[in-house]
Design a protein around this ligand. Sequence first.
Ligand SMILES: C[S@@+](CC[C@H](N)C(=O)[O-])C[C@H]1O[C@@H](n2cnc3c(N)ncnc32)[C@H](O)[C@@H]1O
Length: 352
Amino acid sequence: MSVNPDLVRACHIQARACERFGSPFNGALLDRIAADLEAGGPTVRLFARWSDAGLKALFDDAVPIRIANTFNHLAMGGEDPALTAAWPRPGVAWAVDRAWAAARAAIGPHTAMLSAFLDHEPQTNEVRRAGGLLGGFLTVAAEARLPLRCFEIGASAGLNQFWDRFRYDMGAVAWGDPASPVTIDGDWEGGAPPLPAVDVVERGACDRRPTELTDPVQRRRLLACIWPDQFERVERSRRAIDLALASGVRVDAADALDWTRAHVAPRPGAATVLYHSVFWHYLPAATQAGLASAIADLGARATAEAPFAWLRFEPAPDDMALIEVRLTLWPSGAERVLAHAHPHGAWIRWLG
Ligand SMILES: C[S@@+](CC[C@H](N)C(=O)[O-])C[C@H]1O[C@@H](n2cnc3c(N)ncnc32)[C@H](O)[C@@H]1O
């Protein structure tokens, strides 16, 4: 079976990205996987479905990260005790060569499970992005002086639907219930946003392919997409999952454009907020244009008694690795970049 040099390259590129975003383990693991592919090891057969794929197609389908996640998924489940024992866990120093040796040995006995995981597009839901969105929600609440109606598109499992039930401990920004089971603790740079109390009177969410948190199989898949040496992220997500389930999370399975047209409209007595994070660039150009036009129509219907806000946590146009928190608030339609942020919310730089 021939080795796809683009797949090898893709693994190395993804490895550097994982290191850059705080997962040295995944970086080192992906380098080992690339070396195994080049040496004609068991990964060649496991990843044979991508033996002809070019670099762009590999990244369009998030293949390198699927590959890393599939071993994490197996290690998390405990079906291969040697792999689980060698995998990163809190309080124990990990050794990537030991972990990779166990992962490589697991390929034969667990091919079916590893392959089944590879069938799925990676699905993530990053709770700490709420730390970036928070400043936007607070700005809307402070300026509109009204309760909020919050509608999220591309919500994944819907964990950030309950952003107002998290505790935020981010330096200058301390907000929310100190007894919340979920703490958002990114580093806050710059001044603080207004910090009013906020009443969320209605919430809704959609995703083209929501993760159903009541299903343990889907829950495990979601957690497997968090990089294995980022224990804090895993723990925060577990707590947010429990909170979401206890709060009656619901994410409608729908395309964002259809759903926005059907469910979102300004209403007197509350400020209506449409928000999304790390979602926009997944949309085809026609859907982006359709949504932008639907949002402009909603803005045109807004009044002082029924304001409408579009809040987004999305890559800057010229730098995919830099996130902008951008807010447009109608009836004035004023648009501003409130903050820059790390893609996973590890830091927020408030621009106000
Ligand atoms: C990278 S995830 C981000 C999820 C979540 N917003 C977060 O920040 O953790 C992007 C999400 O957008 C969803 N998505 C992509 N295209 C969509 C569409 N046309 N309509 C609704 N959801 C879509 C995907 O299913 C996925 O859950």
